[in-house]
Design a binder for this molecule. Structure first.
Ligand code: PGA
Ligand code: ZN
Length: 423
């Protein structure tokens, strides 16, 4: 029975937080309409779905008019009459229409936008909040947020080699508590930076974390975070974590990593992590090595007793995650829909992770809009973990939406990853 036949699929070129064009897609059915904005990474993995951009002078080549034309000229007629509540069917039709492995033809941004807007239309047609439409009757796990308080790498202008130095309020028992504690730590860290590193150190990067001037050692960033946590009286309520994004300081010619003025081998870097994990209350490391180094990541996973998250390593792609599982590389999947393309493929990756004892951390992109499907999907997938930056409207809207869902669920909600993982 078709309850929500797709009548129209439309797209517009809108702007993201970096003032770069992206897609806003609308899927219309007689039973309800869905709309979704497409995010965009900057520190992208090499194995992500192809992102379609116009090239040329307009917006320095970043326009998405051709993607808009593809949605309306090609995708709309192909999906007409498909049931929007049949997510797998719609996503399979998108895959067949494209015909390439990484959506080189239609564009991964086209496919992600249409897939997410279809999901929203399905939720509207069934009159369910998105998180419940995705998660079913028992959807009720709110995610523990990883807050990127100090940024570096590709996402900030400073000298820090690691991309994200996160604080994790592992002692909190709700999103409301996690957000409040972290906000207080954020204000405190701002005071410390202003006093000791100068006002400009309070400028923020793409995900709203500070960008301290003259700090080039991740240990100094962690020390600053710990000081702010201590000053607020939270002590052990917080742990630390990092997205290293090591590919960005890896030289594939010499097979070395440029870190702290040294040229480190994979083994040197592993020793550095071992010391770091000994010295700091670190619970999670994302992309600690080059994105194709499954062997090195497997060795590190063996050696370190912390969560190892694969972002560029897996690119939310079931095929790459399977390789990781076979080789014992990493213990968690970073989950970004637009790395792989459709909701169905991304959900498949999340299921594969869970079935094999891997954790799932739902993630923002550094480029996005205030659209909050991310927060809903984190609850719908019962992921138990989310990273969605710190300040800036497109990040705080995710927290606002999580707070709303938490209030809606009331006492029935649980918080964070299962068991005492990360605590
Ligand atoms: P991106 O970076 O969204 O720019 O790819 C975020 C991350 O590496 O986790
Ligand atoms: Zn990452």
């Amino acid at each position: 029975m078709t309850t929500a036949p797709i009548e129209a699929v439309a797209a517009r070129e809108i702007l993201d937080n970096r003032l770069e064009p992206t897609l806003r897609v609308t899927v219309e059915t007689p039973a309800g309409t869905g709309r979704a904005d497409v995010p965009c990474g900057r520190s992208r993995g090499a194995h992500e779905a192809h992102e379609r951009r116009d090239g040329g002078d307009r917006y320095r080549g970043r326009g998405v008019r051709e993607a808009v034309a593809a949605v309306e000229g090609e995708v709309a007629p192909a999906l007409a009459g498909h049931d929007a509540t049949d997510q797998r069917g719609v996503d399979a039709a998108l895959r067949a229409l494209d015909g390439t492995r990484r959506y080189e033809r239609l564009g991964g941004n086209v496919v992600t936008g249409v897939s997410l807007a279809t999901l929203r239309a399905g939720a509207a047609a069934t009159e369910l909040p998105l998180y419940r439409y995705v998660g079913g009757a028992d959807a009720g796990v709110l995610p523990l947020p990883f807050f990127d308080l100090i940024e570096g790498g590709e996402l900030a202008g400073g000298d820090l080699p690691f991309q994200e130095h996160q604080v994790v309020p592992v002692g909190a028992d709700s999103v409301a508590e996690a957000v409040r504690w972290t906000a207080e730590v954020y204000y405190e860290l701002g005071d410390i930076l202003r006093d000791e590193y100068g006002e400009a150190s309070c400028n923020v990067g793409d995900e709203g974390g500070y960008n301290p001037i003259g700090v080039d050692d991740p240990r100094e960033a962690f020390d600053l975070e710990l000081r702010a946590i201590e000053a607020c009286g939270y002590g052990d309520e917080f742990a630390l974590a990092a997205d290293v994004a090591a590919t960005h300081f890896y030289d594939s010619e010499t097979e070395t990593y440029a870190l702290l003025g040294e040229s480190m081998t994979r083994e040197d870097l592993a020793d550095f992590y071992a010391d770091l994990v000994d010295a700091y209350p670190i619970v999670s490391l994302e992309d600690p090595l080059d994105q194709d180094d499954f062997t090195g990541v497997a060795d590190l996973t063996d050696r370190l007793d912390v969560q190892i998250v694969g972002d560029d390593l897996f690119t939310t792609t079931p095929r790459r995650l399977e390789e990781g599982i076979d080789r014992g590389a990493a213990t968690a999947l970073l989950w970004k829909v637009n790395q792989v393309g459709t909701v169905t493929e991304a959900t498949e990756a999340a299921r594969l992770a869970t079935r094999n004892g891997y954790a799932v951390q739902v993630s923002e992109r550094s480029g996005q809009t205030p659209d909050t499907w991310l927060a809903d999907l984190a609850v719908g997938l019962a992921a138990g973990q989310i990273k969605t930056g710190v300040t800036r409207g497109e990040r705080t809207e995710q927290y606002n939406r999580l707070l709303e869902i938490e209030a809606e669920l009331g006492d029935s909600a649980t918080f964070g990853p299962p068991g005492d993982a990360l605590r």
